[in-house]
Each structure stands twice: as structure tokens, then as C-alpha cells.
Design a protein around this ligand. Structure first.
Ligand SMILES: Cc1ncc(COP(=O)(O)O)c(C=O)c1O
Length: 235
């Protein structure tokens, strides 16, 4: 018997339906009832003291559970509302008014991330949207050629949301670092589905969400494997 089958019982809805949508809102684990009750009990019984009795540390503790899935170290993950907000937090660390102001992005990127970076043009960013004639995969050579000495940021998904295509993140990170650009690697669709080690990849930032992982909540994660800028982000 498949070892993973023992986990089915933890997701009550699976007894009644074939639940295929693990991304938009996954099947709720039965343990959520107890966790929600414990949370409410803390609030109800301890009031504002609950912050000092676990709530402050909770975000770090959740991050530390995610860290091994992507090769991050304990304490390196910070939690935010969603991936697009994280991109905004990271982008706010950079100044687009100088000569190095280009953002290189594929037109297969997740839509809300594209919308966000297009808006950065108002702050001086030049966005080079690398178009793909193929709806499944990016044209890697074309993408790499777009990353030059004027490139500041390269937001790129490790696995494309449209097609599940696995992007050669290493090639992109290597190229970006050769010309002094920063890579924001979106591991939303990759974390938990393919092996990832953000440290050995050398991503400047990694962002992702836990919907495909735990199917419980909407918080997302930047990781700080390399860049000193990241630490100011992940506080
Ligand atoms: C690659 C990728 N990035 C980000 C997101 C989610 O972005 P947000 O949390 O801003 O809604 C998704 C959701 O499907 C995604 O596939």
C-alpha cells in the first residue's frame, strides 16, 4: 500500500469527494479545528497576553516548518499576505531611478506579479517583457539575452503556473549574477512538488505560498539565502 495513503484520513472532505483543487483552496486537514479552537481559547482566556505566550513566535515557527522543503535555514523565512505583496516588499528595497533600472520578466509569469512590475514603470523601472511564442515554456536563450548590465531585478517562477514547465532557474541566476542583477525566484508551484534548494541555487530572494503545500492558509514566504538586502526585508 502507498505509504502516503495513511494521510487521507486527515482530510475529511476526501471521504465525500474527489478533491482535485489543491491550489485555490485545498482540502482542510481535520487538525485545523483543534488549532483554531486553541487559538480562540488563547485570545478568549489570555486576551492581549496571548501575544507573549506564543503568537509573536508563531510566524517564525511556521516558517521554520517550511524551510526544509526549499533548502532554507531556520529563521530565514518571513510570512506575508500573498506573493504579490512580497514582490512589492522586495521591490521597495530598490531604486529604479538610476541607469540600472531594468526588470526582466516573461509574459508567462503569474498575472498579478506582471501587473505589479508594470506599475513600477511609474517609479522609473523599465520592464522588458520577454514574449514566448510557445504557451508552455519560456525561450531560455531569449530570456538570458535580455538580462544585461542595466538589469536590476529578474522575477521568475521556477515552475510556470500555466503549464507546470520547470524553468532552468540556475541558468537564469548564473546569468543575472554575472551582470550584477538580483533574482526573485517564485517557488509557489515548485515547493513541495520538485526538489528545491534555494541556497545552492543562490537565489537572491525566494518567494512562495503555502496553498499548494499545506492547503490551509494564504500566507507566503520570502527567503534570504544570499543578499544582504533580503535581511531588511525579512525582519
Ligand atoms: C507562480 C505563482 N506565483 C504566485 C501565485 C500567487 O500569488 P498571490 O499570492 O499574490 O495571489 C501563484 C498562484 O497560483 C502562482 O502560481
Amino acid at each position: 500500500m502507498d505509504d502516503l495513503l495513511k494521510w487521507r484520513g486527515e482530510f475529511p472532505i476526501l471521504e465525500r469527494s474527489t478533491y482535485l483543487i489543491s491550489n485555490s483552496l485545498g482540502a482542510m486537514p481535520r487538525g485545523v479545528y483543534d488549532s483554531m479552537r486553541a487559538y480562540a481559547d488563547s485570545w478568549g482566556e489570555r486576551g492581549v497576553r496571548a501575544w507573549e505566550e506564543g503568537w509573536w513566535e508563531m510566524a517564525v515557527a511556521v516558517g521554520d516548518k517550511i524551510a526544509p522543503l526549499i533548502g532554507a535555514n531556520p529563521g530565514e523565512i518571513s510570512l506575508h499576505q500573498n506573493v504579490t505583496v512580497i514582490q512589492a516588499v522586495i521591490a521597495s528595497c530598490f531604486d529604479f531611478r538610476g541607469p540600472r533600472n531594468k526588470i526582466v520578466m516573461t509574459d508567462l509569469e503569474f498575472p498579478s506579479i506582471q501587473y505589479f512590475y508594470h506599475e513600477q514603470r511609474r517609479l522609473g523601472a523599465r520592464v522588458e517583457l520577454v514574449s514566448s511564442s510557445d504557451p508552455v515554456r519560456i525561450d531560455l536563450d531569449k530570456f538570458l539575452a535580455a538580462i544585461d548590465e542595466t538589469t536590476l531585478l529578474v522575477p521568475i517562477s521556477h515552475v510556470l503556473f500555466r503549464s507546470s514547465y520547470i524553468v532552468d532557474a540556475q541558468a537564469i541566476i548564473d546569468r543575472a549574477h554575472r551582470v550584477g542583477a538580483h533574482v526573485i525566484l517564485d517557488v509557489f508551484q515548485a515547493a513541495g512538488t520538485i526538489p528545491i534548494d534555494v541556497r545552492s541555487l543562490g537565489a537572491d530572494f525566494a518567494v512562495g505560498g503555502v496553498l499548494p503545500l499545506t492547503e490551509m492558509t494564504t500566507v507566503s514566504v520570502p527567503v534570504a539565502p544570499r543578499s544582504s538586502v533580503t535581511w531588511s526585508v525579512s525582519v
